[in-house]
Design a protein around this ligand. Sequence first.
Ligand code: ADP
Ligand code: BMX
Length: 286
Amino acid sequence: MTVSGFAVDLGGTKIAVARVENGAVVERRQQPTQADADLNGQLQAMAALLDAVGYRANDPLGVAVAGRIDRAGNWHAVNGDILRSIAAAPLGARLREMFGLRTLASNDAAAAALAEYRLGAGVGADNFAYLTVSTGVGGGLVLGGRLVDSGNGLAGHVGFVSSPLGQTRCGSGRMGTVESVASGRAIAAAAGTDEAKTLFADDPDHPAIERSARAVAILVADLTAALGLDRVAVGGGIGLAPGYLGKVQAQLDAEPELFRPQMRAARLGADSGLVGALIRCIEDRS
Ligand code: ADP
Ligand code: BMX
């Protein structure tokens, strides 16, 4: 399979688009995500960026988004504080109208998991998980070579399991989720800053960052107990920040060996969602 075409990755903080050739991003554009934009607004942002990287109608187009995509192609924010105007939005149908039949929408972390499993840090793993620690905390599971999915698109949303460190409600409505402790939003809120990124630059050992890493390590051990994971890749703006994976590993080292899978940084870096969205599109539409 040749992984060539175009891709979008719309997260809670940034929207990126790319032209992909043979599984590698060769051209990329990025801008901040509009948290209040509705489906039309998000589609307009995608279309303008795609134009800038040379997309033409009917080129293969994989679209990864934060939020769940149900089997009918409808898009729902799970954390409604992150994408505030996306609920049962007919993304699949609108993508086909605007860009043609060679399009497919996926959850961003699920797409990234598939790309890492096929081309990156998950190659050769039996039971693999990808975690993104970014605006939220997302996940994708590739078990026995197959990406786990569900009709409602919620499968793999491991950021919404409870954490023993959790004390507040997150935008999903659940109390004490991993996302409410470990995400970029949670780190910034706990430290009283606007952006987690500034905290990493100013105070990389801040307790809010340590707490995030601890919550992620506990999540990894819990998932390993449930799924027999042998490898986990970590991505996202926080997950890939210098020193963060080391903090997760240090916390995980306190667990018994059986509950410690191999830990890796996402090898496709910030491109795994883009590449995975296109892989899913090409496999689904051929
Ligand atoms: P998205 O969630 O839109 O996919 P990112 O993966 O960049 O976007 O995640 C955004 C979060 O990561 C924000 O909380 C931001 O402050 C943080 N972040 C982005 N870049 C860095 C960095 N280099 N170091 C630390 N934190 C970062
Ligand atoms: C949240 C959730 C997931 C997403 C994950 C990572 C929403 C809007 N987002 O758990 O669907 O995969 O964040 O997304 O419900 P990101 O914005 O951090 O890249």
